[in-house]
Structure formats: structure tokens, C-alpha cells
Write a protein that binds this ligand. Structure first.
Ligand code: PSV
Ligand code: MN
Ligand code: MN
Length: 388
């Protein structure tokens, strides 16, 4: 089994991007509860994200969502982030909140609507040029509710054309990541419902297009780590949206519902080179904190990813391969489970202290007074965007 010292170089480069929208108020269609101290603008979301990074060393970048995070001067926003010790990351497009997109955006039958949706993505690329962001992330709410409502096949063709136009505007060092989701808000069919559809589109686009895997976007019981292994094998896993779910797209804290699943995913990420130096696999969170405080919710999340990554790195691969090759089912499974059951928390606490970070970032946050400070300073915080 590797020692903790063996795995620290990989832990040192672990970076988890946090989403700006995790710091805003969010909820369900029943109620959006507001939390004292909720950011009122993109700068305050970035300041909160910077606090997460300051206490964990794990979250150096913040993803923006346009137009939720629209500002006049993106270069200035980048400077603001840098002054706070973080950087701006992925730019997320949004073609799901405008009335005009009721029947689709990049797949809409009306060319004028498709034009508007394409132009929005071109504007996102302009923003990426100003922020220095590498990735444009596209999640489409496009789909239909009733059989016969739209021509599924035509919509695929329209989407391909639209994605091609957007892709053509990417600079050499920029990428597109296309996210899939099996249902919601459309209930009959979704235009990018699964990894295979996303893969087919990004493969047709070219080398700068990849799949984004959101862990909450699969049917219950789906073997997500298999998809991870396959996409890494194909060289097309661009990024993760981490969160956890009990039922649908719950967007709960990653590792909260099923830590073993997170471990299994990280084992495949490690196996497929996703944590190697220069790997193109971006680890991001896509979460909402409906009832818990948002900053410590994000701290908990990045720590959960770190913890399961450490356990995955401790897997004794040599012994595992031997057992697999010998057809020794139970020994192979025991080796796998040994890594999962290894309590790395004390070692991680020590590891953090050695790097000048708090041993317990959750406790450090509670003691920092930050929550009380933002609650006093910020009145009338923003909703994350859902239903806003
Ligand atoms: C909607 O399901 C969603 O959660 C997608 O996962 C996107 O990544 C996110 O919203 C932000 O657009
Ligand atoms: Mn997502
Ligand atoms: Mn989602």
C-alpha cells in the first residue's frame, strides 16, 4: 500500500473549482430560504469563495454563470479575484431562463431563437477572453415534454450546427465542455440526455471539445465510475460537476449521500490519469446550499473530495492487479475496500498544518467570525439564479 507521503505530491496539486452560484440563495420550487450574509454581487461571491480557498488551500478558482454574474468589466473582476487570492475559472452559459427558450435554445426550430442562443455563447467566449478562462461549459435545458412535440432527430442536427459555430470561435487554448442530464426541466426527452450523446457531439466538434460529467445527472443506479473510466479511455472527460443526490438532481454536498460512490469515482480518475500533472480533467462543484450556510457548505464539500481522493490514492494497485490477474475475487475486493475504509482524517489534518493551513478548516471557519461579519454587512443577498 502506498504511504501517505507517497501520495502528497498528488494531493498538493488537487484543485477544486467552486461555483459562484453556490454562494447565492437557492431552494426548490416550494421555497427559497435566504441565509444571512448572502452575497449581493459577483464580487461578494468571489470574496466568499476566496475564504474557502484561504482555509483549505483546495479551491483556487471560481466558476462564473452568465448572466447571473454579469459585470461591466470582467478584467477588473479578474483583478478583484486575484487580489483575494483566487482566479476566475469556467464560464457557464445560460439559455434556460428566458421566455424565448421555452421550446429550446440551440435546438429551437426557429432560427431567430437559435441565433440568440448562439450569440449568448459567443458573448461568453468574449468574457472568457477577458477573464482568461479556459473552459466554456454548456448545459442545455432543451428537450420536450410530450411525444411528438418536436422532431428529436432534427433537433440533434440543429444542435450540432449551433455547437459548431460556437466551437469555431474558441481560441487555441480554450475548450468547450458539454454537460448531459437525463431529464429536467424537460420530462419526455432531453437533447443531451447522456454521456454518449455528449460524446458524439464533442467528438464531431474536435480536439477542444469534451464531456462534462455532473454526478447528479444520471438515472438512479447508474454506474458512474464506469462512465468516468470510459471517457478517460477515450480522452474526452473534460470536467466534473460534483454534487450528491438521493433522488434526482439534488445538488447536495458532494460525498454526503454516498461517500463510497465518490471514492469509486476518484479511483477511476486516478486510474485514468485524471490527477496526473497537466491533466485536462477539471474538478468542479455544482451545488446549492438550500438550508445550510453556504461558505462552510463549500468548505465541507472540498474537504470531502480531498478525503476520498486521498483514500483512492492509497489503493494498493500492485496488490489489486495481482489479485485481479489471479482471478482472486474476494482478495481483490478486500484490497479495494481496505483503501475505502482507511481513515485519512488525522493524516490530512497534519498535512494541512504542515502547509500553514488550519488542521480543521470547518472549525477555523466557525471561529473566524466571517459568518457574523458578512451577516452584518450584507443585507438583501441574491438568489442564486433559479427562479430569480
Ligand atoms: C441544472 O441541472 C444545472 O444544475 C446543471 O448541472 C448546470 O451545470 C448548472 O445547472 C448550472 O447551469
Ligand atoms: Mn452541473
Ligand atoms: Mn444539475
Amino acid at each position: 500500500m502506498p504511504t501517505f507521503d507517497d501520495i502528497t505530491p498528488v494531493l498538493d496539486r488537487l484543485a477544486i473549482e467552486v461555483p459562484s452560484w453556490a454562494y447565492g440563495n437557492s431552494g426548490t420550487r416550494f421555497k427559497v430560504f435566504s441565509t444571512p450574509g448572502t452575497p449581493r454581487n459577483p464580487e461578494e461571491k468571489i470574496a466568499d469563495a476566496a475564504k474557502v480557498h484561504e482555509l483549505t488551500g483546495l479551491a483556487p478558482t471560481v466558476a462564473l454563470h452568465i448572466p447571473w454574474d454579469k459585470v461591466d468589466d470582467y478584467a477588473a473582476l479578474k483583478r478583484y479575484a486575484n487580489d483575494h487570492g483566487v482566479d476566475l475559472g469556467t464560464i457557464n452559459s445560460n439559455t434556460f431562463q428566458d421566455d424565448v427558450y421555452k421550446l429550446g435554445s440551440l435546438t429551437h426550430i426557429d432560427p431567430a431563437v437559435r441565433r440568440k442562443a448562439i450569440d449568448h455563447h459567443l458573448e461568453c467566449i468574449e468574457i472568457m477572453n477577458a477573464t482568461g478562462s479556459r473552459d466554456l461549459k454548456i448545459w442545455l435545458a432543451d428537450g420536450t415534454n410530450y411525444p411528438g412535440q418536436g422532431d428529436i432527430r432534427t433537433r440533434q442536427d440543429l444542435m450540432h450546427e449551433a455547437l459548431q459555430e460556437i466551437y469555431a470561435q474558441l481560441a487555441d487554448d480554450q475548450r468547450m465542455v458539454l454537460e448531459y442530464k437525463f431529464f429536467e426541466p424537460a420530462f419526455y426527452h432531453t437533447d443531451v440526455p447522456d454521456w454518449g450523446t455528449s460524446y458524439a457531439h464533442v467528438a464531431a466538434l474536435g480536439d477542444k471539445a469534451f464531456v462534462c460529467l455532473d454526478t447528479g445527472h444520471h438515472a438512479p443506479g447508474t454506474n458512474i465510475e464506469f462512465i468516468v473510466a470510459q471517457l478517460l479511455r477515450l480522452g474526452k472527460l473534460g470536467s466534473f460537476d460534483f454534487n450528491s443526490r438521493f433522488y434526482a438532481d439534488d445538488d447536495l454536498i458532494v460525498g454526503a449521500a454516498d461517500p463510497f460512490q465518490l471514492f469509486r469515482i476518484m479511483v477511476e480518475v486516478v486510474r485514468g490519469g485524471g490527477l496526473d500533472e497537466g491533466s485536462g480533467v477539471a474538478l468542479m462543484l455544482d451545488q446549492c446550499h438550500n438550508i445550510e450556510d453556504k461558505v462552510p457548505g463549500q468548505i465541507r464539500s472540498v474537504l470531502n473530495v480531498q478525503e476520498m481522493t486521498a483514500r483512492a490514492l492509497l489503493l494498493d494497485r500492485e496488490a489489486l492487479t495481482q489479485a485481479q490477474q489471479a482471478g482472486d475475487v474476494l482478495t481483490a475486493n478486500a484490497i479495494y475496500m481496505d483503501a475505502f475504509y482507511t481513515d485519512v482524517r488525522p493524516l490530512l489534518a497534519e498535512y494541512r498544518e504542515k502547509r500553514g493551513l488550519p488542521a480543521d478548516p470547518m472549525a477555523a471557519y466557525a471561529e473566524s467570525g466571517y459568518q457574523a461579519k458578512i451577516a452584518a454587512e450584507r443585507v438583501g443577498g441574491q438568489q442564486a439564479g433559479w427562479g430569480a
